[in-house]
Design a protein around this ligand. Structure first.
Ligand SMILES: CC(C)(COP(=O)(O)OP(=O)(O)OC[C@H]1O[C@@H](n2cnc3c(N)ncnc32)[C@H](O)[C@@H]1OP(=O)(O)O)[C@@H](O)C(=O)NCCC(=O)NCCS
Length: 216
């Protein structure tokens, strides 16, 4: 089995029948890991599909393979790519990575100015997020939207979050800040231009030196 065996697409109305199966898998996986999640109803997941804010994957034989959706917070200042789940039949072939890349691209298209963040206890997701350019941050860097944090109420670790005054919990917070990334990119471009200029000057000096050698 390879990643070529899967079709990854933006979910739409024709996929709403998969919402219950997806929610069931999210809940079962959380139970198996013994960690918490912000539980979502099939209706919530179906609405994400109808809004064009979700990515769904299928194996070429038609079996549902994976899912992830976009949530917006603080009036769109923040976006989260949440609810990532891969059908246990199809894990460890790079599907989560491919789904996350697709939902990340969709988030950047739909909300180019939003910061994209995630809260996770999972090593796989931390790895994937790092590759996408997310960086670990403190909770204070995340959205302070009460509706977002209310989602943590269904997590088994909610008491920990509350006891720490929402400054800390079991999840690692990661953030992709488009403004910071643009600054980094500008610095990289400037550095490349400086190096190219230096290279041209060295080349010119060598040429002139070899011409001088020919004279003598
Ligand atoms: C976590 C999950 C989405 C990973 O899906 P997947 O398709 O198996 O992941 P991928 O094959 O794309 O692997 C991505 C990377 O994570 C690593 N990885 C995958 N599962 C891992 C695990 N359980 N523990 C540690 N690393 C893992 C892979 O080795 C890969 O790393 P690499 O790029 O260095 O090779 C899947 O196990 C799942 O659905 N779990 C239940 C739901 C869940 O935990 N969702 C995340 C909520 S934040």
């Amino acid at each position: 089995m390879t990643i070529q065996d899967f079709d990854i697409q933006v979910a739409s109305a024709k996929h709403v029948d998969f919402a219950a199966q997806i929610c069931n898998e999210m809940a079962e996986s959380a139970k198996a890991r013994g960690t918490g999640i912000a539980q979502r109803s099939p209706q919530y997941v179906a609405d994400k599909m109808l809004e064009g804010k979700a990515v769904i994957a299928f194996h070429k034989n038609g079996t549902w393979a994976g899912f992830c959706y976009i949530e917006t917070w603080s009036h769109g200042d923040f976006v989260a790519n949440s609810g990532l789940v891969v059908n246990p039949e199809f894990r460890k072939v790079g599907l989560a990575k491919a789904i996350k890349q697709r939902i990340f691209n969709l988030s950047r298209e739909k909300f180019p100015n939003s910061k994209i963040f995630g809260l996770t206890t999972g090593l796989a997701v931390m790895k994937i997020n790092s590759e996408l350019g997310y960086e670990p941050v403190t909770y204070s860097e995340l959205t302070q939207d009460e509706d977002f944090w209310a989602g943590c109420k269904s997590c088994v670790n909610f008491d920990i979050l509350t006891s720490k005054g929402r400054k800390n919990c079991m999840c690692t917070a990661m953030l992709f800040d488009p403004v910071e990334k643009a600054k980094e990119q500008a610095l990289k471009t400037k550095d490349m231009a400086r190096k190219a200029n230096l290279f041209r000057r060295i080349e010119k000096a060598i040429k002139s030196f070899s011409q001088d050698l020919k004279i003598f």
